[in-house]
Write a protein that binds this ligand. Structure first.
Ligand SMILES: NC(=O)c1ccc[n+]([C@@H]2O[C@H](COP(=O)([O-])OP(=O)(O)OC[C@H]3O[C@@H](n4cnc5c(N)ncnc54)[C@H](OP(=O)(O)O)[C@@H]3O)[C@@H](O)[C@H]2O)c1
Length: 318
């Protein structure tokens, strides 16, 4: 594993991190979830990314992680970077989502209890809240750090201007704001349009989520939708209708380039997200141990020629 500094902070993150959004919930076989976490850690993946609502049911991925932490990973807390988030709907009523102080503080207390932790390393506001003043949300993040419940804070899916404002407010408060978590992959390049520059200006790191477009940018869907794939499962956030013939045609051409590089398509797709100096880490999802190994293998070859990048752009724009 290689590690990169997260913005201008003291924290180093692994170039590949493991996210527990899918395949670590109460509906998933515990043994497989545990084995993926342990395999990742054995490969030097020191960062595990969670959120209050990962499951299903909501909260159950944090319970799974807490179970592994209290057994197999007992004694390794100081070798781990554990993050969680609040922002999306977690419980009924007006205090179970968005960005109020009331919600964020209660949610993190619940997350800590589910994971059996005293603090998380990174706590994120999971999505911008158009109704709550940003001052309130940022002050809640500050209080969380001062209360010893998180070491660092981050934001997710904030646009460039929102990130700049958050950075200014947190700097005034003296809060260790170190990271932004946006979606980024070959099919969704919005961060190239200003956010990466802002991230650099603010001096924070960037961990990109869904670098494989939930599995579309792999060999998973080259011959239909397998029943054991995310799009094939009833609770997956990728639906069969997202696996369009246009996307599969592009994926086939991208796969040819990856083969020419001696990589799997998943490895090339991960390497492609890591090519920006601002991108500290790519947080992947996995459904089996072999996918953890495949992802880590991407680090063996991260370079791209100008011709390869141009060809990828042509395929994506077609
Ligand atoms: N901040 C946010 O709002 C937000 C939103 C979404 C995600 N996230 C974070 O980002 C993490 C990753 O998101 P994601 O799961 O959508 O990421 P992803 O890496 O784009 O997709 C993961 C899926 O790709 C497939 N896959 C992975 N490696 C493969 C390989 N080597 N070969 C073939 N298929 C492979 C698997 O699909 P199958 O299950 O079909 O095998 C896996 O479940 C989440 O766990 C979460 O921590 C954050």
């Amino acid at each position: 594993m290689s590690y990169q500094r997260c913005g201008r902070s003291g924290l180093l993150l692994p170039r590949i991190s493991l996210g527990l959004w899918h395949n670590f919930g109460g509906v998933d076989p515990f043994d497989v979830s545990r084995d993926m976490i342990l395999r990742a850690f054995d490969q030097g993946v020191t960062h595990f990314d969670l959120a209050n609502n990962y499951g299903p049911p909501f909260g159950s991925a944090e319970q799974t992680f807490g179970r592994v932490l209290s057994h197999e990973l007992r004694g390794y807390r100081d070798e781990l970077i554990i993050s969680t988030k609040a922002g999306w709907r977690m419980w009924p009523g007006p205090y179970g989502e968005w960005g109020s102080r009331k919600y964020l503080i209660a949610s993190l207390d619940q997350s800590l209890e589910r994971m059996g932790l005293e603090y998380v390393d990174i706590f994120y506001h999971h999505r911008p809240d158009p109704e709550t003043p940003l001052e309130e949300t940022m002050a809640a993040l500050d209080q969380i750090v001062r209360g010893g419940k998180a070491l660092y804070v981050g934001v997710s899916s904030y646009k460039a201007e929102e990130t700049r404002r958050a950075g200014k407010l947190l700097k005034e408060l003296g809060t260790p704001f170190i990271i932004h978590q946006p979606r980024y992959n070959m099919f969704d390049r919005w961060i190239e349009d200003g956010l990466l520059d802002t991230i650099e200006d603010v001096g924070i790191g960037c961990i990109v989520f869904s670098p494989l477009a939930q599995g579309l940018l792999t060999n998973r869907y080259l011959s239909g939708v397998p029943a054991d794939s995310r799009a094939g499962k009833p609770h997956g956030m990728l639906r069969p209708e997202h696996v369009t013939s246009d996307k599969v045609a592009k994926v086939r051409q991208l796969d040819d380039i990856a083969r020419g590089r001696g990589q799997t398509l998943a490895q090339m797709a991960i390497a492609w997200t890591l090519r920006h100096p601002q991108v500290t880490s790519a947080v992947i999802g996995t459904s089996r141990v072999a996918q953890v190994d495949d992802a880590v293998g991407a680090l063996a070859y991260l370079g791209f020629s100008g011709a390869e990048l141009r060809r990828i752009d042509e395929i994506l724009a077609a």
